[in-house]
Design a protein around this ligand. Structure first.
Ligand code: PEP
Length: 249
């Protein structure tokens, strides 16, 4: 792992206020003595403000789980990138497979959201990944290529964008890609990023999909893996910290 690792926690639609504060406080304490990596937590929208308070003065970053492509307006239930920035976020996840599946977000929508994130000064964590059926049909690399090309906006750089390869069949299932598959897909993603982003060689590419303390070291040591996007294991401080500790620094 040549670049500074990023360990990102996607809390999804989990935790209440008390749990969130407790988890954030434990991670803030961890980051006080860890300077070799970046860490970000992405709570659900209603927890962003209280978690931001817990994170004040910490290197632990805050991120949204999604943003609207517009900066403001009549979009009931949505949250915009400038709103996330205003509340203290530095990151936002866009194009997560659960957003793509549950909300019909196609690449063009993801691209518009990432562009909105950039315009607001946020780092967009852009997720891509194939379904099990696509992998079984031999189409995994083509799907990831199409999603990367279709979801990265003009002006994406290593400073404002992180890519996350998350095979859909590995998310929340306990299944992980083999290290061989991870290496192959990350090499493929790297080649595409070199072509489509100015400094695509430096852009961080995370792996996501059932990353746990017991498999993190092997995944994080794989070529072209610059960190992890973690769902379930990011809800337990000791598991998330164990994953961070497994990152080569
Ligand atoms: C995710 O939600 O991005 C994810 C990778 O979840 P999990 O770690 O639970 O598979």
């Amino acid at each position: 792992m040549a670049v500074r690792p990023l360990i990102a926690g996607n809390w999804k639609m989990n935790l209440n206020l008390a749990n969130a504060r407790e988890l954030a406080t434990a991670l803030v304490a961890y980051m006080k003595q860890e300077s070799g990596l970046d860490m970000v937590v992405c709570p659900p929208a209603q927890l962003l403000a209280p978690v931001a308070v817990c994170l004040e003065g910490s290197s632990l970053g805050l991120g949204g789980q999604d943003c609207h492509a517009q900066a403001s307006g009549a979009h009931t239930g949505d949250i915009s990138a400038p709103m996330l920035r205003d509340i203290g976020c530095r990151y936002v996840i866009v194009g997560h497979s659960e957003r793509r599946a549950d909300h019909g977000e196609i690449d063009a929508v993801v691209k518009a959201k990432a562009a909105a994130a950039h315009a607001a000064g946020l780092i967009a964590i852009i997720c891509v990944g194939e379904t099990e059926a696509e992998r079984d049909a031999g189409g995994a690399t083509a799907v990831v290529e199409q999603q990367l090309r279709g979801s990265l906006p003009e002006g994406a750089t290593a400073a404002n964008t992180v890519a996350a390869y998350e095979p859909v069949w590995a998310i929340g299932t306990g299944k992980t890609a083999t290290i061989g598959d991870v290496v192959e897909m990350h090499a493929h993603a790297r080649n595409i990023l070199r072509e489509i982003a100015g400094d695509g060689g430096a852009l961080r590419v995370l792996y996501g999909g059932s990353v746990k303390p017991n498999n993190a070291a092997a995944i994080l040591a794989a070529a072209e893996v610059s960190g992890a996007l973690v769902g379930g294991a990011s809800l337990v401080a000791e598991d998330f910290i164990a994953i961070a500790n497994a990152a080569p620094k």
